[in-house]
Design a protein around this ligand. Structure first.
Ligand code: SF4
Ligand code: SF4
Ligand code: FES
Length: 272
C-alpha cells in the first residue's frame, strides 16, 4: 500500500494507483477531459494537473502514480487558472456550434467550459478546415471538432481490435482520420459505435435519423409503426422531439423498430 496526503486528507491506495483515482477515493474530483474510465491514460489534455510538494512542476494526475508520503494539492488559484487557460486553448481550436451539434448538452468540453465559467474567447479562434466523413451511413466523423484526446483510436484498437482510426500529421496539424487517410466506409470499421460512445465531444457521433422517424410518425399514424412508437419511445422523447439516436437505449430501440436495423446498421428483425 502507498500512503500519501491529498488536500490534507490521508489516503491509502495500492501501488500504481494514479493520483486521479486516489483523489476520487476520498471524494476529491479533479477535472479531466482526455481520460476515460474504460481506457488507460493518454495524458493528452493537461486539465488534470496537480501540484506535488517539493516539485516546481505541475503533474498530470491521470498518468502519475501516487507515491509514498506525497503531499498533493489538487485545487488552488494557480492550478485553476492553468486549467482555465488549457480549456480556452482547446476551445480556440473547436467550432462554436454547440446548438447544432449532435453532442449538445452531452459534451464533456461544453460541461468543463460551463464549470469554469468561460464566457468569452480567451484566444483567437483557429478552427481547422476539415471535411466530415458520412460515408458509412452509421458513424459520422467530424475531425474539425476533434480535441485529439485519442480515446477513439484507443478503443478501436485495444477494445475492438479493429484499428480503423489513427492520428495523422504532427503538431498543430494533427488530425483524427481513418487509418491511411481513406473514407471510413473503405476502412475495416465494423460500425460498432465504440468510438462514438467514447468521444468526449461531437467529433464522432452516430448517424441521426430522428427527423426521418418523426416524418414517418406523422404520415403513418394508426399503423403498426405508431404502435412501435408507443411501445418503445419514452414519453419525454415523444413530447420534446429530442435526439432519439443519441439519447437512451429505449430511443435506440425505437429507431431499430422503425428502420429494421440496429443501432449501427446491424440488421435485426423489426417488430412491424
Ligand atoms: S465504429 Fe468501431 S470499428 Fe468503426 S472506427 Fe469506431 S470503434 Fe473502430
Ligand atoms: S474524435 Fe473524439 S475521441 Fe477521437 S481523438 Fe477526437 S475528440 Fe478524441
Ligand atoms: S485528463 Fe489527464 S491529461 Fe487529460
Amino acid at each position: 500500500m502507498v500512503r500519501a496526503t491529498i488536500n490534507g486528507i490521508t489516503v491509502a491506495v495500492s501501488e500504481g494507483t494514479s493520483i486521479l483515482d486516489a483523489a476520487r477515493k476520498v471524494q476529491i474530483r479533479i477535472p479531466t477531459l482526455c481520460k476515460h474510465p474504460d481506457l488507460p491514460a493518454t495524458a493528452a489534455c493537461g486539465i488534470c494537473i496537480v501540484k506535488i510538494a517539493g516539485s516546481n512542476k505541475m503533474l498530470r494526475s491521470c498518468c502519475t502514480p501516487l507515491e509514498q508520503d506525497m503531499v498533493v494539492t489538487t485545487h488552488d488559484p494557480e492550478i485553476v487558472e492553468v486549467r482555465r487557460s488549457v480549456i480556452e486553448l482547446i476551445l480556440s481550436r473547436h467550432p462554436n456550434e454547440c446548438l447544432t451539434c449532435g453532442r449538445n448538452q452531452n459534451c464533456e468540453l461544453q460541461r468543463l467550459a460551463a464549470d469554469f465559467g468561460i464566457r468569452t474567447e480567451g484566444f483567437t479562434s483557429c478552427v481547422p478546415d476539415l471535411p466530415a466523413d458520412r460515408s458509412t451511413g452509421a458513424i459520422v466523423l467530424e475531425p474539425r471538432k476533434c480535441i485529439s484526446c485519442g480515446r477513439c483510436i484507443d478503443v478501436c484498437q485495444r477494445m475492438q481490435n479493429v484499428w480503423a482510426l489513427s492520428m495523422l500529421e504532427r503538431g498543430i496539424d494533427t488530425r483524427m482520420s481513418p487509418a491511411g487517410d481513406i473514407q471510413l466506409a473503405d476502412s475495416p470499421c465494423v460500425h460498432c459505435g465504440q468510438c462514438s460512445a467514447h468521444c468526449p465531444v461531437g467529433a464522432i457521433i452516430e448517424h441521426d435519423e430522428t427527423t426521418a422517424v418523426w416524418e414517418n410518425y406523422a404520415t403513418r399514424t394508426g399503423t403498426a409503426l405508431s404502435k412501435s412508437l408507443r411501445l418503445f419511445a419514452s414519453p419525454s422523447a415523444m413530447h420534446s422531439g429530442s435526439n432519439l439516436a443519441n439519447s437512451s437505449p429505449a430511443n435506440c430501440t425505437l429507431r431499430c423498430a422503425v428502420w429494421g436495423s440496429g443501432r449501427y446498421s446491424i440488421p435485426i428483425s423489426a417488430p412491424m
